[in-house]
Design a protein around this ligand. Structure first.
Ligand code: AP5
Length: 219
């Protein structure tokens, strides 16, 4: 399957994508994770994106489009897009690239949640710098405080999860990204809407119920 997972920052896209790829065996293509890896590697792309990410603003469309279309081509088979497209221009570029390749997106899932809950989730998020596993200081605790269950690495807080940056990311979402849902609706695409305020396992169960049916159709 080829999927897009939409939703505001902190809706649980990364958490749910990891579970989706485990169940359906696809590639997880997270624009944020790719940018953070580019930053860590000190690449030109990473350096160009840094100031935007630190401020909670979107990196320029041309950079992101080239990066993500390249990642999709490299992935080959099925994938789930996380954090892309995030503007209508990115959605149009994705449509054009898929049309050129004779491919299509099989499903679009939109995680819906209030800003207030997001603020609590993001300021309490801790991630593993080694494997990318995501935890929360209250909602999804690791077995040992501050340590990744999978590889024992010390968990870190993302720089853009500080309260003022989260507030800016939410503003950016409402101003620039929420319109992507309308873009797909206007194009007649069916959107699978999921209540993302439930517990992680409940959200997963709702997503799997929809994707199991879609997977049977796609074959
Ligand atoms: P990116 O990394 O994509 O960040 P984001 O979309 O803001 O999403 P997050 O990773 O913050 O949240 P998430 O929805 O994955 O939530 P998570 O599962 O971690 O982007 C970062 C930056 O890169 C952007 O600001 C921008 O600068 C740049 N960028 C990226 N893509 C771009 C693009 N296309 N165009 C331009 N610029 C781009 O969960 C959050 C927390 O909540 C965790 O602690 C988790 O444990 C907890 N949690 C998850 N689900 C639940 C639940 N159901 N109940 C309780 N807690 C939960």
């Amino acid at each position: 399957m080829k999927l897009i997972l939409l939703g505001p920052p902190g809706a649980g896209k990364g958490t749910q994508c990891k579970r989706i790829i485990d169940r359906y065996g696809m590639t997880h293509l997270s624009s944020g994770d790719i940018l953070r890896a580019e930053r860590a590697a000190g690449s030109e792309l990473g350096r160009k994106a840094q100031a935007y990410m630190d401020a909670g603003a979107l990196a320029p469309d041309d950079l992101i489009i080239a990066m993500m279309i390249g990642a999709i081509k490299k992935a080959g088979g099925g994938y789930v897009l996380d954090g892309f497209p995030r503007t209508v221009a990115q959605a149009e570029a994705l449509d054009a690239a898929l049309a050129r390749a004779g491919e299509r997106i099989d499903g679009i899932v939109n995680l819906v949640i209030d800003d207030e809950i997001i603020m609590r989730r993001l300021t309490g998020r801790r991630s593993c710098p080694k494997c990318g596993a995501v935890y929360h200081v209250e909602n999804l605790k690791p077995k040992v405080k501050g340590v990744c269950d999978k590889d024992g690495a010390k968990l870190v807080q993302r720089d853009d999860d500080k309260t003022d940056v989260v507030a800016h990311r939410l503003k950016t979402y409402h101003k620039q990204t929420a319109a992507v849902v309308g873009y797909y609706e206007g194009a007649g695409k069916e959107i699978i809407t999921i209540d993302a305020a439930e517990s992680p396992d409940e959200v997963t169960a709702s997503i799997f119920a929809e994707l199991d049916a879609l997977n049977d159709q796609v074959g």
